[in-house]
Each structure stands twice: as structure tokens, then as C-alpha cells.
Design a protein around this ligand. Structure first.
Ligand code: NDP
Length: 476
């Protein structure tokens, strides 16, 4: 019996993905470096579908129908390189090797370029949804040649999450495009979680208990803020400490956020591309500050400020304001993330369809949200320079922006840190400003470094002879 698809790496993600494929009717060959793990998967799940287990990589490869379709779900980095090195001599031109791990898109570009001369298709693929997603239907973001998508697309589309019969999987573009889109997905996830945290902190500052805040998030989840992260926020807020049911779990969790690096990649890459992802960088920095234990200890002792309490006359009005601020900030994070994708697409010659990106994020992934349907529809209606200009988005922002300002102002007055909300608002005001302080920046740069400036009423670059006769000279 031959296999239609093979999966390498039987840790949590790979085994769940293989089971998902088997559940959908595919004959799946499986292989893991440590063969006892392959046996365990078969012992636990072998009856769920047609699995062909192998202890030898060459036998695994030989079992696959041509062109072979192989998905690697191994530890990103050296694990991926090790598997590539072992498997490529066993493959033939036309075979498709998918990397479903969390690779850095630059590594994927490097690997794809190295493998391309062999005629093997290398498909860097972002997969989001964690272990449950892998089993039940993740959001899948494949990159690579168009030809490779013809071979692998039908399998990936079948195992992905769906929305009204549409798969949450689509070809993103060549080489690193899929992993790039996944990276930005994670960056937006960072921002989204930071905003949710700030909204919760504001509700707490206004004297809501965690349980009351949970009710608020639950009610928001029925409206425009409907999303997986908002949904699970109420679950976490309601959880009791398993060691002491009288205490909220949240109150015994250390306020030191961890991270694995994809948020940092999103920010580093944006800096290199010259884009603004300030909401994502604020979220990354907020996690760093939270874990800077000594800094915070010193700060708590040394720095004066208000008491972090917000007195509200009309509680519901305040809650509604926080909701509007949360929605607005979230839209800015999406706008910045999509902008980063658009800039990268131009730089790396990827044909990324922004509406399609929004479409495949609608289900299966961590940032799945009602807002994504709106984003998909807006991009389907016409290309956008920024998501913020989309008719229904700008109208909603127009409605929300006063509330957003009130929330940031109240937070600043009360000393409640809201770096995400305020940076999102700062971005909004920057892009709508008729004139920015950049003119003064250019004046200063010209004075101290002769870096020149451009005029509003003339072409070319100009420089003032600041230390001499004060005359303006053309500098290009
Ligand atoms: P891990 O990242 O923990 O990787 C373990 C797997 O990699 C095992 O199968 C292991 O084999 C294999 N492996 C490690 N090094 C090598 C090597 N040098 N040669 C061959 N095989 C090797 O597993 P996960 O299931 O958590 O994740 C798999 C991939 O999916 C990762 O890239 C991860 O970043 C990504 N991912 C994970 C998500 C999650 O929620 N966990 C979500 C989305 C993507 P062995 O048993 O022999 O050690």
C-alpha cells in the first residue's frame, strides 16, 4: 500500500496533523527520528485512519506516491536543517517538501534557494492554531512555487479550518511568503493580547472584579470584538486557583510575560523594511518590561505617580469607551501588520492577496476574529493603501475615536500603563495629521549634519549654509 502524504516529526504538532490527515481519509506515512514515538502514535491512534508507520527514512520516502508530498513538523532551526540534509538525497525532482514549523522567513528563503536547483519544491508553511488546531483544522499559510501548491494545496485545504465551506488555507507567494505571513500573524497576536491586557487593567482600575471583567469580555465577544482571544480571556478571568478555590487564578500568576521570538522577528523585520508596527513593538517591549524584575522593583520604590485607580461616574459608559478603544487599537494593529506584509511582498516579489490573508485568518488560528470578515470584504471591494481607509473601518473609527482618546487620557491621568492603546492612537493621529514634526527634524538634521531637506514649493534637495552666509543651496 502506498501513502498519499507523509509527516516527519511525531511530537504534538506533527502527530496531530497526521491524525487530522488520516481523519480526512488520506493514507498517511509517519516517521520520527526516535522510532519509539512513532510506535506510540500508532498504539494510541492507529485505529483512527490509515497510517503507514516507518522506522527508516528511506522506507518512509519509498512508500509515498509520486510526486511525493512530505510535511516536516520538527523543531525549528537545526532540527529542520538536519531533516532536510537527510531527506533531500532520497527525493526526486517534482517532490514537495513542506516545512510546517515556525521557521524564520529568511531561513526559509535560504533553504528554498539551496534546494531549488535539485528540482525539489520547498514549501515553507505557516501553521497556526496550536495543538488543537493541528488536529481539528488550523489556519495554513503555504509559500513556495505555484506548481508545488497544485500538489500540496488540495491536502492542506482539506485539513485546514473552514469558513462557510471556504478553506483557511491559500497560497501566499513564493519562498518565504508563507512563513512571513505567519510571523506577522504572531506579531498581531502579541498586540491583540497586549490590548486585551490593557482593557482588563482599565476595568480593574475602575474597580471591577475579575469576574465582572469576565462578564464584560463575554458581552464584547457577542459583538464586533468577537474573537478567540476575547473568548478565552473571560475563561482565564473566571478561573479559580486550583490550589485555593477562594482565589482567582489570575491573581496568583506572576505578571512576567514570556515569549518565543516571533513577535521580535516581526518588529526587527519591520525596522529593516522601514515600516511602522508600533503596536506590535509596544507589545513585545511590554513583555520585556514585565519580566525585568529588578527594574520594576526599583521603579516601584523610586518613582512617584497616581494610584492606578479610575473613578467613574457612569460605569457602563466607561466600559463602552474601553470597548471602543480596544476595537480601534486592534484595527491599527491589523493595519500595521498588513502594511508590513504589503511592503515585504513588494520587496521580495510575492503576489500576496491581502483579502486572502484576512480570509485564511478567519478561523483555525489564534487571532481569528469577526473583524477579519470585514477586512476580507473590504479588500475584495478594492485595493487599499491602509486598512484604516476602508469605508466601514474609517466610519467605525470615526465613531470610536473620541472614546479611545478619553480612555487613553483617563489611563494617563490615573497612571495605568496603556502603551498599546496610546501607541495605536499615536499612529492614527500621525497618519491623519496634515503636517508632522518631521519638518523640524529635517531642519535640525540639515543644521548639524548637512543632511539636506526638500521644499514644499520646489523640487530637489536643499541645504542652508547655516554657519556661513545663511544662503540656501541646491544639494543634488
Ligand atoms: P518540537 O518543536 O518540540 O520538536 C520536536 C520534534 O522535532 C520531535 O519529533 C523531534 O524528534 C524532532 N526533531 C528535533 N530535532 C531533530 C533532528 N535533529 N532531526 C530529526 N528530528 C528532530 O515539536 P512541536 O510538535 O511542538 O512543534 C513542531 C514544529 O511546529 C516546530 O517548528 C514548532 O515551532 C511548530 N509549531 C508549534 C506549535 C505549537 O503549538 N506547539 C504551533 C505552530 C507551529 P525526536 O522525537 O526524535 O526528538
Amino acid at each position: 500500500q502506498t501513502a498519499e502524504i507523509g509527516v516527519i516529526g511525531m511530537a504534538v504538532m506533527g502527530s496531530n496533523l497526521a491524525r487530522n490527515m488520516a481523519h480526512k481519509g488520506f493514507r498517511v506515512a509517519i516517521y520520527n527520528r526516535t522510532s519509539s514515538r512513532t510506535d506510540e502514535v500508532i498504539a494510541e491512534h492507529g485505529s483512527e485512519g490509515i497510517f503507514l508507520p516507518f522506522h527508516d527514512l528511506a522506507d518512509f520516502v519509498a512508500s509515498l506516491e509520486r510526486p511525493r508530498r512530505i510535511v516536516m513538523m520538527v523543531k525549528a532551526g537545526r532540527g529542520t536543517d538536519a531533516v532536510i540534509e537527510k531527506i533531500t538525497p532520497l527525493l526526486q525532482p517534482g517532490d514537495v517538501l513542506v516545512d510546517g514549523g515556525n521557521a524564520y522567513f529568511g531561513d526559509t528563503r535560504r533553504r528554498e534557494a539551496a534546494i531549488r536547483p535539485t528540482g525539489i519544491h520547498y514549501v515553507g508553511t505557516g501553521i497556526s492554531g496550536g495543538e488543537v488546531g493541528a488536529l481539528e483544522g488550523p489556519s495554513i499559510m503555504p509559500g513556495g512555487s505555484k506548481e508545488s501548491y497544485d500538489a500540496i494545496g488540495p491536502v492542506l485545504e482539506k485539513i485546514s479550518a473552514q469558513v462557510d465551506g471556504e478553506p483557511c488555507c491559500a497560497w501566499m507567494g513564493t519562498d518565504g511568503a508563507g512563513h512571513f505571513v505567519k510571523m506577522v500573524h504572531n506579531g498581531i497576536e502579541y498586540a491583540d493580547m497586549q490590548f486585551i491586557g490593557e482593557a482588563h487593567a482599565l476595568l480593574r482600575a475602575a474597580s471591577l472584579t475579575n469576574a465582572e471583567a469576565a462578564d464584560v469580555f463575554e458581552s464584547w465577544n457577542h459583538g464586533d470584538l468577537n474573537s478567540y482571544l476575547v473568548e478565552i480571556t473571560s475563561q482565564v478571568l473566571r478561573a479559580r486557583d486550583p490550589r485555593d478555590p477562594a482565589t482567582d487564578l489570575l491573581d496568583v500568576i506572576r505578571d512576567e510575560a514570556g515569549m518565543k521570538g516571533t513577535g521580535t522577528w516581526t518588529v526587527q523585520t519591520a525596522l529593516e523594511l522601514g515600516g511602522d508596527v508600533s503596536t506590535i513593538s509596544e507589545a513585545v517591549f511590554a513583555r520585556s518590561v514585565s519580566s525585568a524584575v529588578l527594574l520594576r522593583k526599583v521603579g516601584q520604590q523610586a518613582l512617584e505617580g497616581p494610584e492606578h485607580t479610575i473613578t467613574v461616574a457612569d460605569r457602563q459608559a466607561f466600559i463602552d469607551d474601553v470597548r471602543d478603544a480596544l476595537w480601534s487599537a486592534k484595527v491599527v494593529a491589523y493595519a500595521q501588520g498588513l502594511d508590513e506584509i504589503r511592503t515585504a511582498a513588494a520587496e521580495y516579489h510575492w503576489e500576496i492577496d491581502m483579502g486572502q490573508v484576512a480570509s485564511i485568518w478567519r478561523n483555525g488560528c489564534i487571532i481569528r476574529a469577526r473583524l477579519l470578515q470585514r477586512i476580507k470584504d473590504e479588500y475584495a471591494a478594492g485595493d487599499l493603501t491602509t486598512l484604516l481607509e476602508a469605508p466601514s473601518v474609517r466610519a467605525e473609527l470615526a465613531r470610536c475615536q473620541q472614546a479611545w482618546r478619553r480612555v487613553v487620557a483617563r489611563a494617563v491621568e490615573a497612571g495605568v500603563p496603556v502603551p498599546g492603546f496610546s501607541s495605536a492612537l499615536g499612529y492614527y493621529d500621525q497618519v491623519r495629521a496634515p503636517r508632522l514634526n518631521a519638518a523640524l527634524t529635517q531642519g535640525l538634521r540639515d543644521l548639524f549634519g548637512a543632511h539636506t531637506y526638500r521644499r514644499i514649493d520646489d523640487e530637489g534637495s536643499w541645504h542652508v549654509n547655516w554657519s556661513g552666509d545663511g544662503r540656501e543651496v541646491r544639494a543634488d
